[in-house]
Design a protein around this ligand. Sequence first.
Ligand SMILES: Cc1cc2nc3c(=O)[nH]c(=O)nc-3n(C[C@H](O)[C@H](O)[C@H](O)COP(=O)(O)O)c2cc1C
Length: 319
Amino acid sequence: MLIAGKNFKNNLLLAPLAGFSDVGFRAVCALQGAEITFSEMLSAQALKYDSKKTKDMTIVHPYEKFKIAQIFGHDTVSMAEAVNNEALSLFDGVDINFGCPAPKIVKNGDGSALLKDLTLLSKIIFEVKKSTTKPVSAKVRIGYDENNIVNIVRACEDGGADFITVHGRTKAQGYSGDVDLEAIATAKSISSIPVIGNGDVKDFASYKKMLSTNIDGVMIGRGAIGKPWIFSELSFNPTENAFDLIKLHIDILRENYPEKWLSLYIRKHFLAYANTFGAKSETKKFLSTSQSIDESLKILKAEFKHFDISKKSSKMPIG
Ligand SMILES: Cc1cc2nc3c(=O)[nH]c(=O)nc-3n(C[C@H](O)[C@H](O)[C@H](O)COP(=O)(O)O)c2cc1C
């Protein structure tokens, strides 16, 4: 994969996932083969006012190979300023969120709301690009109410984006319906800059379908939650011991966040791992209320023993 003049070993990217793509998770995904990792979306306004909560999301790890900070907002001045915020200094690139469909984001004119104003979308990219030497990318959906991908790609190109990620759904669809692979293929066929395909890639079959659109890279979101080893399954060798990765995920978080906060935050990741292992409902109940990370890890380790990772792996080389 060639992006922003840089050659990457494979074509896999970890999606920005608010509430999930913490530094530990990004680090283990990178170890497993995610070449590019994205932060959770960061508010340009919150960065401006030095929000601690937002700054806490900007911690990076040496295992990450190419780290991109994703920002959101609609004010060109604060967006351009955000890029040069000290908190983002360790990131290698900046992505702009033009896809979030959450009502609280859209009603402020941010995220996917900008798909309705392509002149402003383009201007935001232009101003951000002007204020940094780092690569600037745009993450879009195929349209607001309906497919408008050709004009969206043109607006991103006009703004000067280095690459585009296309989630193959409209804002109106949210997460329902099938991903429109044809729209992603159209984006790629008309675009002068690299296009990353995104949406519903969770195994080798869906990965192959996404590759059939001829895109430059594949971004995986939900398929990696509870299963960061999806990247090694799709790229080189299936991982030997998934539990060690979970432990590493937690260890990295423990180095960076207070235990009390972490014991609550981590429950959703533990539940996602438990689901992947096919854990019993009593186990999940325990994990969703546990206050002790060590106790939860012990329980997960026991579940992991019954989990045969070789059966879940495709072991197929990438073509
Ligand atoms: C829990 C969750 C949080 C997300 N947070 C973000 C975000 O911060 N920024 C963004 O651009 N997209 C976000 N997305 C969208 C994903 O990046 C991705 O585009 C979408 O989930 C489709 O890909 P997938 O089917 O591989 O998950 C989020 C999705 C989920 C499920």
